[in-house]
Design a protein around this ligand. Structure first.
Ligand SMILES: [Mn+2]
Length: 340
């Protein structure tokens, strides 16, 4: 894997210099989120302004609902495809480096790897980097950062619409600046100087909640079991759907850890959420420490991260909830009071 953090533009130029038709496809992962959308639009702008090539935008399986709202508001009639039309001289992949995240489009990029340039910020890099003509995978908070930097360095002006979508990309991937670094603030500040309406962009990122989701969250709250272990509050509840949203809802009501069991007819889906402080203070990672305990006892499988995890299996909703609450309380007790 050729790893260069600076000059993916030179690599693009080299591929296009040897191409007759200069057909370019800009591709990103399925269900393109705002960071993917912004990265793709900025990549298209770069190849247009620097190399005079009109790139096809490929969004496999289309845009996410948030991206759709952004496109409707800030882009008039953006055209995109969900799959390749014919062959291209250059496959520019942004915000992903794994073929599976691109579905069948990914297979094609793999088979034309020598014409692929990968620009991404996910680690570890995926299978698309093997054999790619050029790879730029950098530790950045948003993939948009990488492309924005290139656009600004090249002296290309952004219009207000694209600047707004770029800021949406950054806000989305940083969890509205819950994670930040100097470069991200610097780039965002440049976007605001272009005239982006910050409040409008933040407002568009807010996903309107469906009626069923709001009902599920409220039911989860009204049925909630509350357990205190020392200064920690564990909340457990059950709903038939929207268990992840319900678990997040319980955190925002004050739980340190929330477990919501969802599902019907013996099939269960469990959503675990905890606050960052809980993870920092107890060292308990839901994905690493709690889900495996459950997998040992129950039929099913799961996984996840420190503060968000899930488990799918077979069992009784109430019994599963009781079991998980026992596992959680004893794990917290063990870690916090016995330092074991
Ligand atoms: Mn991203």
């Amino acid at each position: 894997m050729k790893k260069d953090n600076v000059d993916f533009l030179a690599a693009i130029g080299k591929i296009l210099a040897n191409a007759y038709f200069r057909r370019v496809a800009v591709v990103t992962h399925i269900n393109a989120d705002p960071d993917a959308l912004a990265s793709a639009l900025l990549a298209k702008l770069l190849v247009d302004r620097l190399y005079g090539a009109d790139a096809d935008l490929i969004f496999p399986e289309g845009l996410s609902s948030v991206s759709k709202r952004l496109a409707e508001r800030f882009l008039s009639g953006m055209e995109f495809l969900e799959n390749f039309v014919g062959n291209y001289d250059l496959y520019l992949v942004v915000d992903s480096s794994s073929s599976s995240a691109l579905r069948e489009v990914g297979e094609k990029v793999l088979s034309y790897a020598s014409r692929a340039v990968i620009i991404d910020h996910h680690f570890p890099p995926g299978d698309l980097v093997q054999g790619a003509a050029y790879v730029c995978v950098r530790r950045e908070l948003a993939c948009t950062n990488i492309l924005l930097e290139a656009v600004f360095k090249a002296g290309i002006d952004l219009d207000r619409g694209l600047a707004s979508i770029s800021l949406a990309g950054i806000l989305y991937d940083t969890g509205r600046f819950q994670r930040a670094d100097p470069k991200t603030f610097m780039l965002s500040s440049k976007l605001l100087e272009i005239g982006v309406d910050y409040e409008e962009v933040v407002g568009l990122l807010q996903e309107p909640m469906s009626l069923s989701e709001r009902v599920a969250r409220l039911k989860a709250a009204s049925r909630c079991l509350i357990i205190r272990v020392g200064d920690y509050i564990i909340c457990g509840s059950h709903v038939s759907s929207h268990e992840a949203s319900a678990a997040r809802g319980l955190l925002s009501l004050g739980a340190d850890v929330a477990v919501v069991v969802g599902g019907k007819r013996g099939e269960i889906r469990v959503s675990f959420r905890s606050t960052q402080e809980f993870y920092r203070n107890t060292g308990i990672s839901l994905g690493r420490d709690i889900v495996p305990l459950l997998s040992d006892i129950m039929e099913g499988s799961g996984g996840g991260h420190a503060t968000a995890a899930g488990f799918n299996g077979v069992g009784d909703v109430q019994k599963t909830l009781q079991l998980i609450l026992r596992l959680l309380s004893s794990e917290i007790y063990r870690r916090v009071f016995r330092h074991g």
